[in-house]
Design a protein around this ligand. Structure first.
Ligand SMILES: Nc1ncnc2c1ncn2[C@@H]1O[C@H](COP(=O)(O)OP(=O)(O)OP(=O)(O)O)[C@@H](O)[C@H]1O
Ligand SMILES: [Zn+2]
Length: 479
């Protein structure tokens, strides 16, 4: 069984061979914590969660996944100035919202989530090496900026196959002190308008991390000079990843052996983006579909295919999840939660699909085939066969992060809590039925009173085309 992945540096599918047998190091560029996450922002995390689970469960690798947090940058400073809020408070609030959103969508926690601001010494060391080797220089105007000298590194452009002559100028600093307008900032000197708390001393002046340098420094610290996989959204290929690779290699490191890039979530063909005003926050979307369905929706598309968001396909995802869950609940009555035992022998066609650059649509087709076979077995009173199929479905869906019986979707694996959740659901459903009855009888006062009573105890009701849904009101997580 060989795992094959599309390496966007080589622009071809390559057999995956790790640097160290049995181990895989992955670095993914995390979010710049300038705003609460929208559905596009979390796609990369879901895509790489599937990769990680497959490496671990399908191939038995010991995986170290590092996903950084860019907790300081121009946009964060601009937003904090606008809002009159400390940059670090704004940044940390959005970091927490992002972590909550990822947890809600069943993304396994990273091995570690380093923050840029915590790695200034490592960045200074990288700058020192680059300056010593003649690949970087402090701005001659004493601004505190430090630039990478693109002309000193003939391989610059190799990741995205561009010639330096064809590239636009780097817009990250005043070009006057640069050797070449395409030289990019490793470090950004502080400006008088910026808060003192956003600056750190270096031998080259007081300033703050450049976005590209921070990833090179953090990848090196946690994964070593050469590591296996570097991932991120496709928009990061240039300039961000090109620059990361140039800095690290010019400093003498091997850096990433494979580059994986995920495609966008779009709306009406346009990238979902806060700045374009077409973004849907996770907190919004999960009011209309359960988080498991949203996770399924994001997982079901191949990571290199664009996901064109629309409510209809989210409803289809919900129906697919219901189908899987319905079967599992019938086949495994009494099991509130269920996880793979690790002894299941995965169907060959599932393995083949996943090994082929994470072919999730093929893999999900195998899942649904087994659901069908299992349902037929149940109809024919073959409980044993159905239970076996259910175990396989659990093993396969768990690898994709969409096992409906996984404890994260069902509440908890602590005995008793599943039952408590079921009891609560039964009570709320009875209230919702009474409310629906009152509405049908045009007794809106009673209907509203029921909703208010539920809200008073922390239960939120949302009316959807398929009926009322309830959820526990989240505190402090929706701004
Ligand atoms: N619509 C999207 N689909 C997939 N990935 C996205 C989308 N929007 C942002 N990302 C990813 O999220 C990460 C962080 O993006 P960033 O914080 O720069 O937001 P952005 O691209 O400026 O979006 P916005 O304009 O909404 O703030 C990047 O890795 C980027 O690839
Ligand atoms: Zn990065």
């Amino acid at each position: 069984m060989t795992l094959r992945l599309f390496d966007s540096a080589a622009r071809e599918i390559r057999d995956f061979v790790p640097v160290t047998p049995g181990q895989v190091g992955i670095y993914i560029c995390g979010l710049t914590t300038q705003a609460p996450p929208h559905i596009g922002h979390v796609r990369f995390a879901v895509a790489f969660d599937v990769l990680r689970r497959w490496l671990m469960r399908g191939h038995g690798y010991d995986v170290t996944l590092i996903r950084n947090v860019t907790d300081i940058d121009d946009k964060i400073l601009a937003k904090s100035a606008e809002a009159g809020e400390d940059w670090f408070a704004l940044s940390y609030r959005n970091e927490r919202l992002t972590s909550e959103a990822l947890e809600l969508l069943g993304v396994l926690p990273a091995s570690y989530e380093p923050r840029a601001t915590g790695h200034v010494p490592e960045m200074i060391e990288l700058m020192r090496v680059l300056i010593e080797k003649g690949h970087a220089y402090p701005a001659p105007d004493g601004s505190g900026d430090v630039y990478f000298d693109v002309r000193s590194w003939p391989a610059y452009g190799e990741l995205t196959r561009q010639k330096v002559e064809d590239m636009a100028a780097a817009e990250d600093a005043d070009p006057r002190g640069k050797h070449d307008p395409r030289d990019f900032a490793l470090w950004k000197g502080s400006k008088p308008t910026e808060p003192e708390s956003a600056s750190w001393p270096t031998p080259y002046g007081v300033g703050r991390p450049g976005w590209h340098l921070e990833c090179s420094a953090m990848a090196r610290k946690y994964l070593g000079d050469t590591f296996d996989i570097h991932g991120g959204g496709v928009d990061l290929r240039f300039p961000h990843h090109e620059n990361e690779q140039a800095q690290s290699r010019a400093a003498g490191m091997g850096f990433a052996n494979y580059w994986l890039h995920n495609a966008w979530v779009t709306i009406s063909g346009e990238k979902m983006s806060k700045s374009l005003g077409n973004s849907l926050l996770i907190a919004e979307v999960t009011k209309h579909a359960r988080p498991l369905a949203v996770r399924y929706y994001l997982t079901a598309a191949h990571y290199r295919s664009t996901i064109e968001f629309h409510a209809g396909s989210l409803a289809e995802a919900e129906a697919a999840v219901d189908r899987i869950e319905g079967f599992l609940r019938r086949a495994l009555p009494g099991e509130h939660t269920a996880q793979p035992t690790g002894t299941e022998i995965l169907p060959e066609d599932f393995v083949a699909a996943m090994d082929d650059d994470l072919g999730v649509s093929g893999a999900l087709a195998v899942v649904h085939e087994h659901v069908r076979t299992g349902n037929i077995a149940l109809d024919e009173d073959e409980a044993e066969v159905a239970a076996q199929e259910a175990r396989l479905v659990i093993a396969m869906t768990d690898i994709l992060g969409v096992n409906p019986l996984a404890p994260n979707w069902s509440g908890s694996d602590t005995p008793g809590q599943g039952e408590a959740a079921d009891a609560l659901d039964a009570l709320v459903q009875a209230q919702l039925a009474a409310r629906a009855g009152a509405r049908a009888a045009r007794d809106y006062a009673t209907a509203d009173a029921i909703r208010d009573q539920l809200h008073a105890v922390g239960i939120q009701i949302d009316d959807t085309p398929t009926g009322a849904r309830w959820s526990l009101v989240k505190h402090g997580g929706e701004n």
